[in-house]
Every structure is written in C-alpha cells, then in structure tokens.
Design a protein around this ligand. Structure first.
Ligand code: CO8
Length: 258
C-alpha cells in the first residue's frame, strides 16, 4: 500500500482501510487530504480484491471540518480555481460501498464527508454539526442538501442556522446515522459491517450502492424503472447463477472475486 501525507491506508482481507491522520488539527480537511483521500479511494475502487472501504478518523475527531487556517486567506478566484467542494464531490464516482466510522467531532466538512459515505456507524461519543454559519459562511459539500434530505427541513435548518452540535443519540433519533455503538466497540462493529459487505458479490453490492444513492436524485417512478433495469441486468452475472445454486444446494456461495 502507498504512503500518504495526511491519511493511513491499509487492508483487512477484502476491506480497504482509510484513516484520516492529521491529529494535531483534529483531522481538518486540507487540500492535501482531499488529494490523498480521493487517490486512496480510487485505488481501492479499481482493486478487484477490495469489496468495501472503511473510512475513519481518530477517537477524538472524525474530522473537525475544512481546514480554516488554509481557507482563511483564500480569495474567491482561488476558491473557484481550487474547487475543494467540487473536488470532494468526485467521491460520488466511487462505486465501492464506503462505511464511515465516526468517533468524536464530525463538524462542517467532516459531517459532510461522513454523510457522503454509504453507511454511517457512530460511537456514542460522536458529535455532529454544521458550524459554518459561525464563520460567516455556509456549508459547501452537502451540509445543506444531504442533511435536509436525511433529517428533514426543520432539523437541517436549525443545525445549519445555529451551528448547534448534536450528540450521537440525537443523530440516531433524527436518522442521520445508520447505527450508534459504544465507543469501545466502534472499531470492531464498523469493521464487521465492512467485512460482511466485502464478503458479498462485488457486482451485487456495487449495483445496490448505485440504486440506493439514486433514490436521492430520482422521482419514485424513475427510480423504480431504474431499479427494474438493474435487477434484470444482474441476471447476466456469474454471481447470480452461483448465489442461487448455492442456496438451492445448501452451501456457501463462491463469488467470482475469490
Ligand atoms: N481547521 C483548522 N484547524 C482546526 C480545525 C479546522 N476546522 N478544527 C480544529 N482545528 C485545530 C485547532 O486550531 C487546534 O490547533 P492548535 O492546537 O494549533 O491551536 C487543534 O485543531 C485542536 O483544536 P481545539 O484546541 O480548538 O480543540 P477543542 O477541543 O478546544 O475544540 C472543536 C474542538 C470544538 C472541534 C474546535 O476545534 C472547533 O470549533 N473547530 C472548528 C470547527 C468548524 O468550524 N468546522 C467547520 C469548518 S468550515 C467547513 O468545514 C466548510 C466545509 C466546506 C466544504 C469543504 C469540503 C470538505
């Protein structure tokens, strides 16, 4: 595995592990981190040996937002030129399911990064928020859009307009996270989910990721049509033949990626 400046990358069987690693800045997302994260995600995505990616931070912070010290002196022209927000949006092209394991702060761009993942497992110590308003700016990578779709307008408005941090229990109650676990169990629980997904058919899990993400974009009628096409298309795969034979023969499936 490659060495990066701002992240740690490793593998656990078919799981790609990506750890944000700027401990002195609570994993604030700077330009180098954007490049490192995208490069690592693309590397895992292109690797047939990887079936799921686990993205995590430290115990104290998943990520405390975009790097304010790096943004402080940027002009409009520089923001447009560097296009951080657009750069992070390139995550949308990653077809491998991504599990976010969130402990501690997930603020601003950190909360947005967690929401851009596919499954969000939170430690009971996790704190989420969109504090951009306190800096005189708005969210820039889904903090208004994804959050409003996930938790509804009244709650998204309150979080974005007041910058109030919410704890893991509230995030769970309003539907921002997939699951909350005790902090001591976060590493094992998130890895277990990632391993389960990585052990499934790669063609099926990639198709499912695309389908569920489309639900945010398409009307129900269009989404159902798209789902039907993908469902029919999967009948062409070797994994579909194997998965159904294995069930009928009462044995574990041997997916084509093995
Ligand atoms: N940027 C840069 N440095 C940071 C950031 C940040 N977002 N967050 C924390 N740090 C640094 C601190 O400056 C401090 O450094 P130093 O030791 O050199 O002074 C170190 O991390 C530790 O932080 P604190 O001493 O502040 O720790 P506390 O425990 O007292 O407080 C908080 C923790 C509450 C998390 C506090 O650090 C904080 O409020 N941080 C800023 C949170 C924030 O405003 N985030 C939003 C940033 S704007 C944004 O994300 C826009 C997104 C646009 C899209 C871009 C896509 C990613």
């Amino acid at each position: 595995t490659k060495a990066y400046e701002t992240i740690l990358v490793d593998t656990d069987g078919r799981v790609g592990l990506l750890t944000l690693n700027r401990p002195d800045a609570l994993n604030a997302l700077n330009e180098q981190m954007l490049h490192d994260v995208l490069d690592a995600l693309r590397g895992f995505d292109a690797d047939e040996g990887i079936g799921c990616i686990l993205l995590r931070g430290s115990e104290r912070a998943f990520a405390a937002g975009a790097d304010i010290k790096q943004m402080q002196h940027l002009s409009v022209a520089e923001m447009v030129e560097r296009d951080w927000s657009g750069g992070w949006m390139a995550m949308g092209a990653i077809r491998t399911p991504i599990v976010a394991a969130v402990s501690g702060f997930a603020l601003g761009g950190g909360c947005e990064l967690a929401m851009a993942c596919d499954i969000l497992v939170a430690a009971d110590t996790a704190r989420f928020g969109q504090p951009e308003v306190k800096l005189g700016i708005s969210p820039g990578f889904g903090g208004s859009q994804r959050l409003a779709r996930l938790v509804g307008k009244p709650r998204a408005m309150e979080m974005c307009l007041t910058g109030r941090m919410i704890d893991a229990a509230e995030a769970d109650r309003i539907g921002l996270v997939s699951r909350v676990v005790p902090a001591a169990e976060l590493a094992a629980a998130s890895l277990e989910i990632a391993r389960t997904i990585a052990g499934m058919s790669r063609s099926a899990t990639r198709a499912i990721k695309e389908l569920v993400n489309r639900a945010e974009e398409l009307s129900l009628a269009e989404g159902l049509r798209f789902e039907r096409q993908v469902f029919h298309g999967l009948f062409s795969t070797a994994d579909r033949a194997e998965g159904m034979s294995a069930f009928v023969e009462k044995r574990p499936a041997r997916w084509s990626h093995r």
